[in-house]
Ligand binder design. Sequence first.
Ligand code: FES
Length: 76
Amino acid sequence: MTEQTKITALDNGPYLVKGPVVVTDAEGNEFRVERETIALCRCGGSTTKPFCDGTHSKAGFRAAERAVREEEEGQG
Ligand code: FES
């Protein structure tokens, strides 16, 4: 069975990516990824983009999205 990659949007923080992944720049050059789980910046403040360096905490980044279940989409 092939391992599935999982991306988790952390409350007020980065995207955690766990599983096999290749991260490239705009020219297709690969970033060296040595960990099983990486954190990708989504606040825009990291000095090590595309990776999170913890700046989101100092910057007060706020994002706590939740996935909407199908049965909830039709309500409202
Ligand atoms: S999400 Fe962590 S530095 Fe941007």
